[in-house]
Every structure is written in structure tokens, then in C-alpha cells.
Unconditional design. Structure first.
Length: 159
């Protein structure tokens, strides 16, 4: 199971690194376009330069977030502490069976929530589901609120 966690982290790192590199190029391109636009706005409807600057700024912030996520993932990979968990915490892989019969597998990490790696969805400690399962163990039941509905499930395994 240690190798499973390492493998998932390596795949997430590669995926995040690719996103970061693409975003770096998009950000540079957006900034260049904004800089090439004519100086002052000709009318209140001429907002290309301003929109380009907002886009470049937003892309730069996202790039910095991805860069920071890469650093965190790399630290987790270098930690070499991939022990199996009985109680859910960071680096746990969790399988959940929901009351409607569906099953989902999650990987609890401090960054990159919502990403899919193989058959796992990354969740962060601030997500509603993570808040309801952190500290629980295999066989425990839980419930959480999402979209103004209560969702219930049982933890079928934790590693």
C-alpha cells in the first residue's frame, strides 16, 4: 500500500507540473497581449487592455497556487512515511459506500482537491466530506451536508 500512495502522489505531481507549465505559458501570452493593446481606453467600451491585465493577473495567481502545490506534493513524496492508517488523516486512501449504494475512493491531501488520479478523487481537509470523516476508521458511518442535502455513508476501508 505504501507504493500505491507514492504512485498516486507521483502521478498527481506529474499532472500538476504539466498544468503549471501550461498555465505559465498562458499567463505569459495573456500579459504580452495586454501589453500590446493600445495605451488608454478610447471609450468606456474599449476594455481589451484592462481585461487582458485581469486575465494575466488571475493566471499568475493560479500559477503560483500550482507551484505551491507542487512543493507540498514533493515534500510529501520525500517524507517516505507512507504507513497504512487506521484512522483517517492526511495521506489516507479511503473507500466509502454511500447509502444509495454507490462507492467512491478518495485520497486525502492538503492540496489539489477535486483532481482525479486513477480511481481516486483528491479531497482536502476543508472539503465537507473530509470534515465528516477525518478521525474516523473502517466501519464507521458518517453524514455530511452538500447542496442542502444530507448524504450518509460508511467507510469500507482506510489505508
Amino acid at each position: 500500500m505504501k507504493n500505491d500512495k507514492r504512485k498516486l502522489l507521483e502521478k498527481l505531481y506529474d499532472m500538476t507540473e504539466k498544468k503549471e507549465q501550461e498555465l505559465k505559458l498562458y499567463s505569459k501570452d495573456a500579459q504580452e497581449r495586454a501589453n500590446e493593446a493600445e495605451g488608454a481606453m478610447i471609450s468606456r467600451y474599449d476594455t481589451f487592455k484592462e481585461e487582458g491585465q485581469y486575465l494575466a493577473g488571475g493566471l499568475k495567481i493560479r500559477h503560483e497556487e500550482l507551484w505551491s502545490s507542487l512543493a507540498i506534493i514533493k515534500t510529501l513524496m520525500n517524507d517516505n512515511n507512507f504507513k497504512e492508517h487506521e484512522i483517517i488523516n492526511i495521506l489516507s486512501i479511503i473507500n466509502i459506500e454511500f447509502e444509495d449504494g454507490t462507492e467512491s475512493k478518495f485520497f486525502l491531501l492538503p492540496v489539489m482537491g477535486g483532481e482525479k488520479i486513477e480511481d481516486c478523487t483528491v479531497i482536502t481537509p476543508n472539503s465537507p466530506i473530509a470534515k465528516s470523516i477525518i478521525g474516523k476508521k473502517e466501519g464507521d458511518e458518517f453524514k455530511y451536508f452538500v447542496n442542502n442535502k444530507i448524504r450518509k455513508g460508511e467507510i469500507t476501508f482506510v489505508i
